[in-house]
Design a protein around this ligand. Sequence first.
Ligand code: MG
Length: 304
Amino acid sequence: MALQRREFLKAAGLAGAAIAAGGANWLRAASAQDRPGEADAQVAVLNVSSQEGIIPGDSLKEKVERMAEWGFQGVEPGGGGLAGRIDEIKAAIDGTPIKVSAICGGYSGVPISHVEEERTRFKQSFKELLSAAAAVGSTGVIVVPAFNNQTELSNREARPILIEVLKEIGEHAVSVGSRALLEPLNRGEAFFLRQLADAAAICRDVGSPGVCMMGDFYHMNIEETSDRGAFISAGKYLHHVHLASRRRVLPGQDERSFVEGFRGLKDIGYQGFCSLECGCDGDRTVEIPKAVKFLRQQWEEAHV
Ligand code: MG
């Protein structure tokens, strides 16, 4: 009886693997249809980026030069005062292989606040930020619908309001050549929008190329049952990724694996950046290059 049960589980496991592989092929076919003419170009790439804060250096230029040496492809500036930093950012990346990935934060107001003035304040400041983000060639601007305690609306009340707000934001984003990037967080930080599939559904309902989304490995470790499944759910809407370990330090500094998530990114032919948003245990000049090497190893291990 015990043997029969083992045999059954083995057979069931193989069948599951076949379904998973078939599912990935179907997804590739579906995304090729969504993006005609791009099918052959959609071999996923690992473009490593980092928020500027964790990189050692006295100026952005010094940080960017160090990042180029360490094998980065992108830098993620903070959004605070971005309009006043356009020349500084352009000068820092000029002549280097580094590009601006996403812009993190820097707007005021709350997209799903129960107070209308707060929503208006958000729309005004976020539009300004999108224009500045476009001027530095960024992937887009990260947006959180509301942190805990920022709204009195329920999930069901907030969703249609968010769709309306984002339709207006999307229109502006397209007109300046940028995009909003919805970021799902974990329940400790936000009750609204915690899973990548939900963000993808919101993007679908907004229906604008100016409204897309991202995934953050730190939050995903808390909220998602499958990193790979989450990225597959995000599909064509995914335009940014944040990297951090379980303890929110550098990848490789604890047991958090990135392999399953990287499989998902390969499944969808991901072309965007994967950007460090984390702390660091130890000497940054030693640990950060080590983390880049670790990520490239994990990417290699992510067979699909
Ligand atoms: Mg994040």
